[in-house]
Design a protein around this ligand. Structure first.
Ligand code: SF4
Ligand code: SF4
Length: 602
């Protein structure tokens, strides 16, 4: 059947350089002395370590548990011992470190028990179990972005079409080409599982016309799967971009800011489909991938490499030539120069290119933009690259976003055609990373504010709860007192604290009154009578008794008071007289001293 193809705007046709590495079959790379398995698949998909240093692990054993919504599990690529859990440089343009599990292989390559997973009859009737299985098998997109597959499959929208991406449009890379030639059945079996999970009615496999062997192998395998159709697309970079391939195969134009799934189409890389088949049918988590090693080397080819293998170990396999001056991870259009050769292969690593000045000369110096518009013509995402460049360069990130900066797939077509040699993609990457950093700061400030507001709310709530508790207790106490006949005390004291204190005092008083001295119980009658007489004397008089006493003895009391008053008056008079006497005596002495002094002067 001849399928109608659609075109996409823009695109470029760089030299492909695929033949050298595509010739040789896939070879299994040897075990390195040490594997460095990152617990992060892309910038957002992370895992937390679930093993300890010194622990022995088997091949396929989980060493990292999925963290967060985008998290995906990590596994030991071979059997051996965990010798460290520490940060190591990521194979990422930022060159930033990430947490990795270091494993020293024991050489036995011993597997965990592998069990296939029957997704159609898993017994639980729960779609979530299937998604969890995908997540725990560590399946992510193997086209380069490493986006978690359980998220793509788990979308609530129905996908009527599954697009299988075998375009592999970047120059030099041939890993998908070799995979399709050698494992076409496995790829299509994985595609069948994915289409079942998505509910898709058809599978469209897009392959660029520069891979005739892969096309033939996939077509042969597709004969066993009636819903699958292998479609040959023209070689035009970036036909392998998700939106571009969907456009070419289905004619559906995905607008800015939208995803294929919103239009009933899901796209997976052929490598991802093969990994899905291995996970469901063989019970094998994603532990390795095919990597193209090419460029300025003696033996270019494709190797099946364990995730975590340091790139420097792979270079020994291909023999880089003496004039190699750097290594590019990925293709020459979207790849980046490796910051460090000890970085490990990850699930999205598809190619390592040895670069030399002869093969990849450094670009001439950047010139001012002449607004020729060539970049806009080449842009497959229908953007205005020179506008993005101006706004990114002047750090006007708001405007850059207005011009759909985040729709840029960093394909590099604009930079490829720019006559002023402006490294446009570098400017876009800078703008994106700045915007992400600001968003992170903004999120952190929001989180701090939310924490503060929650703390205030919590304190208010605790205060209100305490008041409610006290009120309830007071009510309870009042009720108890009322039941015991102490209602008056409780009534008088509405304040719960005061009510409690008054109640306690009342109880103490009642207790005191009820307790009689016990050590007088066995005394003889005459002693008890004497004590009673003393008690009677000691007992305070009642008001009536006092009044009677006062009425009976007024004169004695008054006489006592008068005598006391007289005593006070006499004492006062005596003191005054003594003071007058002392003053007189002093005056006389002064007069005598004066006379004596006058006599002496004469
Ligand atoms: S291609 Fe280069 S020089 Fe021409 S408009 Fe775009 S950025 Fe400017
Ligand atoms: S890198 Fe971005 S702006 Fe440049 S051509 Fe590609 S999609 Fe367009």
């Amino acid at each position: 059947m001849i399928t109608k193809l659609f075109g996409f705007n823009g695109g470029v046709k760089p030299a492909t350089h695929k033949d050298d590495s595509a010739r040789a079959p896939i070879i299994r790379a040897p075990l390195p002395a040490r594997l460095i398995v990152p617990l992060r698949h892309n910038t957002r998909a992370i895992a937390r370590p679930i093993v300890e240093i010194g622990q022995h692990v088997l091949k396929g054993e989980r060493i990292g548990g999925a963290e967060g919504v985008l998290g995906t599990a990590c596994h030991a690529p071979t059997s051996g011992t965990v010798v460290d859990i520490a940060e190591h440089t990521m194979p990422h343009p930022s060159g930033l470190p990430t947490l990795c599990v270091y494993i020293e292989p024991d050489g036995e390559d011993r597997w965990i028990e592998r069990k296939p997973f029957d997704y159609a009859n898993c017994g639980c009737g729960d779609r979530q179990a299937v998604l969890d299985y995908l997540r725990d098998s560590g399946i992510v997109g193997m086209g380069g972005a490493a986006f978690p597959s359980h998220i793509k499959v788990g979308t609530k929208r129905v996908a009527h079409t599954l697009v299988l991406n075998g375009a592999e449009c970047e120059p030099w890379i041939t890993s998908d080409d070799r995979l399709m030639r050698e494992r076409a059945d496995s790829i299509l079996r994985g595609a069948e599982i994915l289409s079942d999970l998505l509910g898709a009615q058809r599978i469209l496999v897009g392959i660029e016309d520069n891979k005739p062997e892969a096309i033939a192998a996939m077509r042969e395998a597709a004969q066993k799967l009636p819903v699958a159709e292998v479609i040959v697309v023209p070689t035009l970079y970036p036909a392998g971009g998700e939106k571009q391939l969907i456009r070419v195969l289905t004619g559906i134009e995905i607008p800015h800011g939208k995803l294929g799934t919103e239009f009933g189409v899901q796209c997976f890389n052929v490598g991802t489909a093969e990994a899905v088949h291995r996970a469901f049918d063989l019970g094998e988590p994603l532990l390795s991938r095919v990597v193209t090693l090419t460029g300025n080397v003696e033996r270019p080819g494709n190797w099946e490499v364990l995730v975590g293998t340091p790139i420097e170990n792979l270079l020994e396999l291909v023999g880089p030539r003496a004039d190699t001056d750097r290594y590019i991870l990925g293709g020459p259009m979207m790849g980046f120069a490796l910051p460090d050769l000890s970085v490990p292969v990850v699930k999205g690593t598809n190619c390592v290119i040895a670069a030399s000045q002869a093969l990849f000369p450094y670009p001439p110096p950047e010139q001012p933009c002449i607004r020729c518009g060539a970049c806009a013509e080449a842009c497959p995402a229908d953007l205005q690259p020179f506008e993005l460049y101006w706004y990114a360069r002047s750090k006007n990130f708001g405007k850059a976003q207005e011009y759909h900066l985040f729709d840029c797939i960093e394909c590099g077509c604009c930079a490829y055609v720019c006559p002023s040699n402006i490294p446009l993609v570098d400017y876009y990457r800078f703008a994106k990373s700045e915007i992400w950093a600001r968003e992170r700061e903004h999120d952190a400030a929001d989180a701090a504010r939310e924490r503060f507001e929650f703390r205030n709310y919590r304190q208010e709530r605790e205060k209100a709860e305490k008041a409610a508790r006290l009120a309830a207790k007071a009510a309870e106490t009042k009720a108890k007192l009322a039941a015991r006949g102490e209602g008056e005390t409780a009534k008088a004291e509405d304040d719960p604290k005061k009510a409690l204190i008054a109640a306690a005092l009342a109880r103490a008083k009642a207790q005191k009154e009820s307790v009689a001295p016990k050590n007088t119980d066995d005394l003889p009658p005459e002693v008890q009578a004497e004590i009673a007489e003393i008690d009677a004397r000691r007992k305070p008089l009642t008001g009536e008794e006092v009044a009677a006493q006062e009425a009976a003895e007024p004169s004695a009391r008054e006489a006592g008071e008068a005598a006391a008053h007289a005593r006070d008056e006499d004492t006062k008079k005596a003191l005054i007289t003594a003071a007058i006497e002392r003053a007189k005596e002093q005056k006389a002495k002064q007069a005598e001293r004066r006379e004596t002094a006058e006599r002496d002067d004469k």
